[in-house]
Design a protein around this ligand. Structure first.
Ligand SMILES: NC(=O)c1ccc[n+]([C@@H]2O[C@H](COP(=O)([O-])OP(=O)(O)OC[C@H]3O[C@@H](n4cnc5c(N)ncnc54)[C@H](OP(=O)(O)O)[C@@H]3O)[C@@H](O)[C@H]2O)c1
Length: 287
């Protein structure tokens, strides 16, 4: 019998990329559940779904991801990213399913100067980061066998993200301003989806926290410049300090994640950020 992989938040960026991966992974039965199919913050629905599908794995792609809005919707952010994650983790443990949960670089305060290892002290600087941290803690508490993957700057050909916004603005405007004092690494959701399936396929499930992003360190300004180059846009990309682009939620200034652990434990080597960006833009231009 093929193992069933249950995917929550299946209409988000990572969920949609997992749907693409499913087309070439016929050794599994995938159950994709959008928010309409399963609200993870409704415990009775969670219980029902686990009973119905008896999954071997659960990948939680559902999250409250509106970083700025979270500052004023604190309770909702904690309900979805915190408590509901704990409920899913507990349901996974009870059903004997392995739980993969996605977390964020925003659990760190961004004062670092070298790539964050998984065991670096956490200290979120905004509500979203704090709610995601609570999710990590509850996942570990409710299901110690969980794999938690921290990622950063996620983009995809699906949904709304920085790459698609930049491509649109670059068509509309002659110049745009982009912050150049926040450093990090983009993550192509297609790469993250493939990495999670590689973890499932590996013979050595090892619970714990793992970092995953594409390789390389850039600023948002450099990211935007690369998008302009790869789309052959003549739009001028001006560097500005974050102080000139105030947002309700504070952002960490440095959020580079070390990928040493996932490389060593699961032999997963993330592609370079520019290679993946090129692949995503190619797909966007074809569609
Ligand atoms: N995007 C990033 O830059 C980034 C960075 C670091 C970490 N992450 C993490 O990566 C994971 C995947 O992110 P993503 O970029 O794929 O996010 P996304 O595109 O915003 O997808 C999240 C999905 O979850 C759904 N959702 C929201 N509340 C839900 C609920 N109560 N029950 C079930 N589904 C619900 C959303 O539906 P609606 O859209 O209908 O609300 C959406 O389809 C998340 O855990 C996120 O925190 C993302």
């Amino acid at each position: 019998m093929r193992p069933t992989i249950l995917v929550t938040g299946a209409n988000g960026q990572v969920g949609r990329e997992l749907r693409v991966c499913a087309e070439t992974n016929a050794q599994y039965d995938f159950v994709f559940l959008s928010k309409d199919d399963l609200s993870i913050d409704r415990p009775e629905q969670v219980e029902e779904v686990f009973q119905k599908w008896a999954p071997k794995y659960c990948i939680n792609c559902a999250a409250y991801t509106a970083v700025d809005k979270a500052e004023t919707e604190q309770a909702l952010a904690f309900q979805i990213n915190g408590e509901a994650t704990g409920v899913l983790a507990a349901a996974s443990r009870q059903a004997g399913a392995r739980f993969i949960h996605i977390s964020t670089d925003y659990v760190f305060n961004g004062n670092g100067t070298a790539p964050y290892q998984e065991d670096h002290a956490v200290d979120p600087v905004n509500i979203y980061g704090a709610s995601k941290l609570q999710g990590e803690q509850l996942a570990k508490q409710q299901n110690p066998d969980s794999v938690i993957i921290r990622t950063s700057w996620v983009y995809s050909r699906f949904g709304n993200n920085f790459v698609k916004t930049m491509m649109r603005l670059m068509k509309e405007r002659e110049s745009i301003n982009v912050v150049d004092d926040q450093k990090g690494s983009p993550t192509y959701a297609a790469d993250l989806a493939a990495a999670m399936l590689k973890i499932i396929a590996s013979e050595k499930w090892t619970p714990g926290i793992y970092n995953y992003s594409n390789e390389g360190v850039i600023t948002w300004h450099q990211f935007a410049q690369a998008i302009a180059e790869l789309t052959r846009s003549s739009c001028k990309v001006n560097p500005i300090p974050s102080a000139n682009f105030p947002t309700p939620a504070k952002r960490p200034g440095y959020s580079v994640l070390s990928k040493d652990k996932i490389r060593e434990v699961y032999q997963i080597t993330p592609p370079a950020w520019r290679t993946s960006l090129e692949a995503c833009i190619r797909l966007l231009q074809q569609s």
